[in-house]
Write a protein that binds this ligand. Structure first.
Ligand SMILES: CC(C)(COP(=O)(O)OP(=O)(O)OC[C@H]1O[C@@H](n2cnc3c(N)ncnc32)[C@H](O)[C@@H]1OP(=O)(O)O)[C@@H](O)C(=O)NCCC(=O)NCCS
Length: 216
């Protein structure tokens, strides 16, 4: 079966997903060290998503070594590769593309459940909240999911933290969204891209979002 997340990614992206941690997912020693003190569920999701990533990299024709967290927790992908990983209850996925095809990539998965009380106010401004549809699925969680996907594409491009209040996301019922980042400069002073386009998907119990940044 094709990965669920593939439906919202451009053709140049290779993705692999898993619904659980049942497949053996060996880690390189340097990876195992990172989660050595973590709880079992964290070690398992960390390993399974790397199993997904290594499969995706192999399909892209790239040898897969350790996938270690770099600055800000962003994974250090092999040279010439852009990618993103996500894990939530019942879903793990990795997506990779050649840097010649995409400048950046962010994916996120969330359970299709309402955000805990009070969280939407931290994630969305008044305009974003007012624009959310009210029926069908957990649009508050989807907005959160879209912003996390945006952040995962944004951070490796800029090396800059982005607060939830620093981007405006508009979700459309047709499975697309737009994101406008309200900051103009990265820490090194470069002007940054401020307009992003994303796609989202609702599957039973799951919400997925992806932001693929085209090369200029
Ligand atoms: C980093 C963050 C986005 C991860 O999202 P999450 O829903 O908690 O967790 P997910 O399972 O979906 O993703 C975790 C993976 O994201 C990746 N990741 C972590 N930090 C990252 C970063 N700075 N940039 C890109 N990818 C990152 C890692 O691969 C990580 O998995 P790993 O630790 O096993 O390698 C989230 O914890 C966070 O810090 N959010 C605040 C910033 C934000 O989202 N701002 C919104 C701006 S509009």
């Amino acid at each position: 079966m094709p990965p669920l997340i593939a439906a919202i990614l451009p053709p140049a992206v290779v993705s692999v997903d898993r619904r659980d941690d049942s497949d053996p997912a060996p880690l390189f020693p340097a990876e195992a060290q990172i989660v050595a003190a973590a709880v079992a569920s964290r070690r398992q999701e960390f390993a399974t998503v790397r199993l997904c990533a290594r499969e995706a990299l192999r399909s892209l024709g790239v040898a897969a070594g350790p996938l270690l967290p770099g600055p800000g927790g962003a994974p250090a992908w092999p040279p010439g590769v852009r990618g993103s990983m996500t894990h939530c209850a019942g879903y793990r996925a990795a997506a990779v593309a050649r840097a010649t095809d995409l400048a950046g990539l962010g994916i996120d998965a969330e359970p299709d459940e309402p955000l805990p009380a009070g969280v939407l106010d931290l994630v969305a401004d008044r305009g974003e909240r007012a624009a959310l549809p009210t029926d069908g699925l957990c649009w508050d969680r989807l907005l959160f999911c879209a912003k996390e996907a945006l952040y995962k594409a944004w951070y490796p491009l800029t090396g800059r933290w982005l607060g939830f209040e620093e981007a405006r996301v508009g979700l459309a019922p047709d499975g697309t969204f737009t994101a406008r980042v309200l900051v103009q400069r990265a820490p090194i002073g470069d002007t940054v891209r401020t307009e992003f386009a994303g796609r989202w998907l609702a599957a039973p119990g799951l919400l997925l979002a992806a932001v693929a940044v085209p090369t200029d």
